[in-house]
Design a protein around this ligand. Structure first.
Ligand code: FE
Ligand code: ZN
Ligand code: FE
Length: 210
């Protein structure tokens, strides 16, 4: 492999994520504002702070390599965030909107997880261990954010299931809380709207997700 063109690729991908993080710092406050669930709000607020520090961490990498920290428009992130914005503009009820916000935020996290995994490996390939360490740190932060969002999505469903009284719902609650469904990876079942949403026209006791 030609190292000078690989260098260019590595630099371009770094600049892409530097720009992506900056886009995220502008988008997250809108999600925070639109969210109703308190835990979701604080998870997003905390990730906003983490994201601001990630911008600084990337600047540290650029500095360490003697390069100016300049971004390069990340069209992928722009698209992901644009779709998230579309969700915010829908006239959804609060808990459905929360589920949509989680969906949007997890798409952001997954884009980042893919990107930082690549960037870390690039840094390792270059023997740039200092950058590789920082990039691994950021990767872990994105995974944590993703996990927390999965947990929020799944716990609200559990609560709803617990409050139902018919047998079917109890089975469901057991199934959801036995650990098999609390995933430790980026896999998730998605943020399903709750059984009480009028969009699904279910009454209490109707049982969840059939
Ligand atoms: Fe990030
Ligand atoms: Zn991109
Ligand atoms: Fe993130």
């Amino acid at each position: 492999m030609q190292m000078d063109s690989f260098d260019k690729l590595y630099v371009d991908q770094r600049r892409d994520m530097y720009n992506a993080e900056k886009q995220i710092t502008k988008a997250l406050p809108k999600m925070v504002k639109a969210a109703s669930n308190r835990e979701l709000k604080s998870a997003l607020e905390e990730h906003l702070e983490v994201t601001k520090r990630q911008v600084e961490k990337l600047e540290e990498i650029f500095r360490g390599l003697g390069r100016p920290a300049t971004g390069k428009t990340c069209k992928g992130m722009a698209g992901v965030l644009e779709e998230g914005q579309e969700v915010l503009e829908e006239d959804f009820e609060p808990d459905v909107l929360d589920a949509g916000i989680i969906a949007a935020a997890q798409k952001v996290e997954h884009y980042e997880i893919a990107s930082y995994g690549t960037l870390r490996t690039f840094a390792e390939t270059k023997g740039d261990t200092k950058s590789a360490r920082i990039l691994q740190e950021i990767l872990e932060e994105e995974k944590d954010a993703d996990r927390r969002l999965s947990e929020l999505a799944e716990s609200s469903i559990n609560m709803e299931a617990e409050s139902s009284t018919d047998e079917e719902s109890e089975e469901w609650a057991e199934e959801e809380s036995d650990g098999r469904s609390s995933r430790t990876t980026g896999k998730q079942t998605g943020a399903r709207p709750r059984a009480s949403d009028s969009s699904s026209r279910r009454k209490e006791g109707d049982g969840p997700w059939l």
